[in-house]
Structures are given as C-alpha cells and as structure tokens.
Design a protein around this ligand. Structure first.
Ligand SMILES: Cc1cc2nc3c(=O)[nH]c(=O)nc-3n(C[C@H](O)[C@H](O)[C@H](O)COP(=O)(O)O)c2cc1C
Length: 381
C-alpha cells in the first residue's frame, strides 16, 4: 500500500504531495493571493470554533447521508471545482471524479478543467455538477451550459469571484503558465521530480479540455492559453445569471458569494443556492472566511435557497461545524488534489475516506446520530 493510501490526515497528504510535485505545480495548488491572509484565515476560522457535544445520546447507528436538490448523497460534502487539476499528474480530474462517485458524493467539474465535460460524464454515469466561468464571448458560455446540460449535469455553479485574476505571488515567482515556460529555473524545478516530469513528457502538458473547441482553428497550446486569458469576464451581473434559467433546467447556484446582501439578492432572483466562498483564498487577499460569514448568510437566506460553503475544510469536524451552523452542503478543493498528487487514484480515495471517517466520528462524539441532529447550539463561535 502506498504512503498516500495510508495517510492519516489531509495535512499528511499535503506533505506527501509537496514531495511528489515540482514546486511550480505544488504552489499552483497550495497557494493563495498576496500575503495568503485569506488562505490561512479560512482554516484558522474553522480551528477557532469549539464544539459542544450532547451526552447520553444513542449514537450506535449513524446516518451521515444528506439530501440536496432532490437527491440523497452519502454525506453533506462534495468536491469543489478546480481548474488545471492535471498539473498534479495526468488523470487527476478523472481520479477525483471517480473517487467521488464511488464514495457517493457530488463532483463539480470546472470550466477550465483539464478533462472535458463529455469525458467526465462518461466516466461517472451517476452524474456530475458543472461550474461555469462565463467567458467574455457569451456564446461560448452558453454553449458550455448546453453541453453540460446535454451531458446530464445535475446542477450549475456560476462563479462570481473572478472579475480579475487573483495576485498569486507564488505562481508569479515560479513563472507558472500553461504550456509550461521552460526557463532554466523551471527546468531545474521539474528535473527535481523525475516521475512527474516523465508523466508530463509522455502525455504533454495539461490543457483546457472543454474550451479547446472554441479556440481559433489551428490553435497551439500557446494560443489556447492566450485565448483563455482573453476570456476573463469583469461584467457579469446577477440578472445575467438568473437568465441562465432559459438554458439550464436544473438547480443554479452562485459560487463565490460573501455578503449577506448578495445571499438575499440570489434568493430574490430565484436562484437555488449560493456557495459562500473566497475561492480558497486565491482571489481577494484579505477576504473574510466563509465559515465566519455563515450564520449571517443563513439568516439572510431565510430558508429561500440552499446556503453551501467552501474554503479551509480539512477535517470531518469542519464539515460537521459548518452543517451545524446551517450549511446545506460543504465542499473542498485542495484535499483531493493533495491526495491525487500524493498517490493518484488511491490518494484521491484516501482524502475522501479520511474526511468521511472523521465526519462519522465527529457525529458520534457530538451525540448527533444523523446530520439533522447537528444544531447551532453545538458550536461556539
Ligand atoms: C488549484 C485550484 C483551482 C481552482 N480552480 C477553480 C475553478 O476553475 N473554478 C472555480 O469556481 N473555483 C476554482 N477553485 C476554487 C475552489 O472551487 C474552491 O472554492 C476552493 O478550493 C475551496 O478552498 P479549499 O481548497 O480550501 O477547499 C480552485 C481552487 C484551487 C485550489
């Protein structure tokens, strides 16, 4: 059994991932914006919570399952969308998607994933959810939504927190770009991780698979990357998201929401949910931690839409705390990336198994035999 398959915590998978990846790949996954205050704050906000268990409850039989949008999942936890995941190693998107499906939890595919919509749909016939970056060329965005719908996407997550790229200084220092810019420093970095380098040499650098059809004909990896950079959208507003109803029949959620006023706005526009998120601390350097904003968001939602959350979830107890404070579902991006980087498919499975096991223990220790028994009274903020 590999080290990754025996890891006892997400933090251990992170350390193993750092050993396996060249610096530019690890930093792309691990890093945050500017001084990484939001990145560290997401985790610190969870770790500053204290739980108050109920004693003397029969927890011998526990039900971890949770329902959202008419479907019951193995637990109230799913995989947040991550772009360029195959930088962690070829097959990362597929390994994570399959691990999620096998564990009975939802997987959200990114617009800028390195595996295309149709391939993911075929790999996990039980269904996937799709995350949309609305491109500057709106017809491309609409076609992506059509493809996601045709491929059976069960929900659409429209990301709102990238009107400009975050200033991720590790990536700037490492000259991180796709295709890789082979400066002497990058070559040295890559040469220090021969297994990773060999994989990339054999299969070629990962690319934006779902977007390839829209790039100018005859595009090289370079022109595709330039096309992508030109597609960042700074003018996406709420009304336009609401209009996506005409194209997508399933639940639509706004991802990257912080302010309670915006939760109310989403509800008034009839959206089905929000993901409280600061993009894992990768965008606004001083962004508030989603878990700290959750109680206000739940109040603003007033039961009209599903409030979900991501950012800094590294423990099953974090999932339990968020659900206790009113999150319908909780997501995480980096844990399964660390797992896959550390040990491929087995590592991705391990990351989910660790969080599931910890969530199960936390329910028992909290005196909550089921997800419905988690309550705000169990959390001191
Ligand atoms: C490497 C990486 C790539 C990401 N790419 C996307 C993306 O393509 N679309 C998106 O909406 N969010 C993206 N995110 C943000 C995640 O969906 C999620 O909000 C974040 O990872 C949650 O924080 P966590 O990593 O602490 O769990 C990315 C995050 C990481 C770490």
């Amino acid at each position: 059994m590999s080290r990754a398959a025996r890891a006892v915590s997400i933090d251990e998978l992170r350390i193993l991932a750092r050993r396996r990846l060249p610096r530019l790949a690890f930093d792309y996954i691990d890093g945050g914006a500017e001084d990484e205050v939001a990145l560290a704050g997401n985790r610190a906000a969870f770790d500053s919570l204290r739980l108050v268990p109920r004693a003397g409850v029969d927890v011998s039989r526990r039900d971890l399952s949770a329902e959202i949008f008419g479907r019951r999942w193995a637990m109230p936890f799913g995989i947040a969308p991550t772009g360029l995941s195959d930088v962690a190693g070829h097959g990362t998107d597929l390994a994570i998607a399959r691990a999620a499906a096998a564990a009975g939890i939802p997987y959200i595919l990114s617009t800028v994933a390195t595996t295309d919509i149709e391939t993911i749909a075929r790999a996990i016939p039980g269904g996937f959810w799709f995350q949309l970056y609305m491109p500057a060329k709106r017809e491309v965005g609409h076609d992506l939504v059509r493809r996601a719908k045709d491929a059976g996407a069960g929900a659409l997550f429209v990301t709102l927190d990238v009107p400009a790229p975050g200033k991720r200084e590790r990536d700037i220092r490492n000259a991180f770009a796709l295709p890789f810019r082979l400066t002497p420093r990058v070559l040295l970095d890559i040469a220090s991780r021969p297994a990773w380098a060999l994989g990339m040499a054999r299969r070629g650098a990962p690319r934006f698979a779902s977007l390839a059809p829209y790039a100018p004909p005859g595009s090289t990896a370079h022109t595709l990357a330039a096309f992508m950079a030109s597609q960042i959208t700074a003018d996406l507003v709420w009304e336009e998201i609401a209009r996506l109803r005409d194209l997508f029949p399933g639940p639509i959620l706004a991802k990257g929401v912080s302010a309670p006023e915006d939760v109310d706005r989403a509800a008034r526009l009839g959206l089905d949910g929000v993901v409280l998120s600061n993009h894992g601390g990768r965008q606004l350097g001083l962004a508030a931690a989603p878990i700290a904003l959750l109680p206000e968001a739940v109040q603003a939602a007033a039961g009209r839409l599903a409030v979900t959350l991501d950012g800094g979830v590294r423990r099953g107890a974090h999932i339990a705390a968020a659900v206790a404070l009113g999150a319908r579902f909780v997501f995480a991006g980096r844990p399964t990336l660390y797992g896959a980087a550390a040990g491929g498919a087995a590592g991705a499975e391990r990351a989910i198994a660790i969080l599931r096991d910890e969530f199960d223990r936390t329910l028992a220790l909290l005196g909550a035999p089921s997800v419905a028994d988690l309550s705000p009274a169990m959390v001191r903020t």
